[in-house]
Design a protein around this ligand. Sequence first.
Ligand SMILES: Nc1ncnc2c1ncn2[C@@H]1O[C@H](COP(=O)(O)OP(=O)(O)OP(=O)(O)O)[C@@H](O)[C@H]1O
Ligand SMILES: [Mg+2]
Length: 404
Amino acid sequence: MGNSLTTERLNKDDDRAQFRAFLGDEETRNVVDQVIRDLVIPHAAVHKGGIRSCIDFLSEHRSPRILLVDLTQSDLPLSDINELAEVCEPGVTVVAIGDRNDVGLFRELMNQGISDYLVKPLTPALLQKSLLGTVDGVSRSRQTSRLGRLVAVLGARGGVGSTMIAANTAYHIAEVRRRRVALIDLDLQFGTVALSLDLEPSHGFREALETPSRIDGLYVDRTMVKYSDTLYVLSAEENIDETCHIDEQSIDLLIQELRSKYHYVLVDLPRNQPSINRKVLEEASNLVLVSDLSLSGMRDTLRILQQIPSTNAGCNISLALNRVGEHRVGEIPIAEFEKGVGRKADIIIPFDPKNVASATNVGQPVVSRQSLVTSGIDQLSEVLCGGGSKPKRGIISRLIGKRA
Ligand SMILES: Nc1ncnc2c1ncn2[C@@H]1O[C@H](COP(=O)(O)OP(=O)(O)OP(=O)(O)O)[C@@H](O)[C@H]1O
Ligand SMILES: [Mg+2]
């Protein structure tokens, strides 16, 4: 182990600072500057001001991989740290500095996911030891307590609109709620996520899914296709006469990687890959189960609802009924469908062929325009994210990334 935080060890991202510090006083700033030089930390920035400036800054910018934040000026450090957690990306290593030598505070900060708490006066040796410890994984278990939320979207049968719902919900959370969202299409041959957003398929996605050793932060970052600053997509368009051998370990690694960088990871699941679906569902905090009001939809909704608890008892299921009203004659009434599957529907989305088809066929999200679909997608993102269109501050229970 060398005494330097080199680019390799920090696993450099392209558009993201590796290290940022928000510091209240000149003395601490001098120590931090010295450690940045001694450890040769690349892409480091030191800002004036403590946790308040830090929260303001991170509300508008990408989080660094390592964040050093001064709590000295804070009257309510724990509530400020909660607020910070709402704007900070998952997976960031946060080291706090303060002037209170208080074991209770130290423990509480650790419980909130802080990697280390250093009491002033700060010395170069103390800070160096702490930073090297966090990067070398000493506090890895603490970092993993805050990861992005994994949401699986599954159609009870083909063509019920699960891709439309996955793509539009991802768009809504990313654009309206300003959260970082990764949208993954696991149907490598027939998936339509990229098409519905007018994006190119990702190069190298299949390779990553077939070869777990390829999956690392840099590879995944390069494979993702950017829709906007907050929405990134992984998809493929593999030959239809080839068999793709997705490795379950790749799914695990990919999910872990994405959850450490995105507030939400939405996965559009194919129905013909039971072992892969099971792998995703085991980890998912939420499942959005989509059906239409058909008899086959009702039967398969019931079968899936019965099976999920044995795969993941903690998974929150939202039942979305889509294309409602498509068949005025012959459609199962909602109340009867709900009776048949033994639960109420959470989201009801009307059939709106004019708006859905005209948006989808030009690769635009339906929710970017007025349609009958918008209110259902809005409700669904509220279920997944909690109320309000912007992240509310100081509400611990709504911390994004907290496991359900
Ligand atoms: N509420 C709706 N109103 C009108 N058309 C809709 C609605 N929802 C989806 N559609 C249309 O239905 C078709 C199927 O939708 P989508 O591709 O999202 O379904 P899917 O469940 O993902 O299908 P697959 O099983 O092929 O993956 C698309 O043409 C889509 O534009
Ligand atoms: Mg689909």
